[in-house]
Design a protein around this ligand. Sequence first.
Ligand code: HEC
Length: 160
Amino acid sequence: MQRGYTVRAIPMTVATRALRLATFLSLGLTAAAAGQSEASEDTGPADDPAVPAVNPTPYTQAAEKRGRTHYLRHCQICHGFDGRALENIDFEATDLTDPERWRFGTTDGDLFRSTKYGAGLDMPPFEAELDDAEIWELVHYLRSLGPEEYRAAAEPENPP
Ligand code: HEC
């Protein structure tokens, strides 16, 4: 019995990973068989015309810092501590430091919509966890991760 326990302990992890992979693959196959895989993968965030293209919350270091707190609490689990995304067997979260690779737009409003309503198949909506003001703070923080030229144009030299 002792031996059986030791032998079974290791394959469990492999089996769990294999099961997750199998589920992931079969979901993909089912969608492909239904002829829907293309459409669902390209589903962007909900089109909310009320969302402005430019962040309505003025940039301050304090706002960016609060955004960082939201990020560490809600986002780093998939996008990684530095925004570069973690390896995951089920899906690949977007590298948030590289706007060239974003699929759902690069304006403040696009980031807001992806966060509030979710994006693609695996980016969950945060409507219930974060209010609009918190998401705009988060957008300031996301800008700080990426290259200089994508940061808020109106960013003052010495923000309060
Ligand atoms: C459960 C894992 C998970 C969590 C948690 C998560 N994301 Fe994502 N996110 C993803 C995945 C996966 C994608 C890629 C979706 C796609 O391209 O199909 C994504 C995509 C995005 C995009 C769209 C990028 C583009 O291509 O336009 C943004 C913006 C984003 N995430 C921001 C955030 C923010 C901000 C948070 C925290 C509030 C967050 N994410 C939390 C998994 C996650």
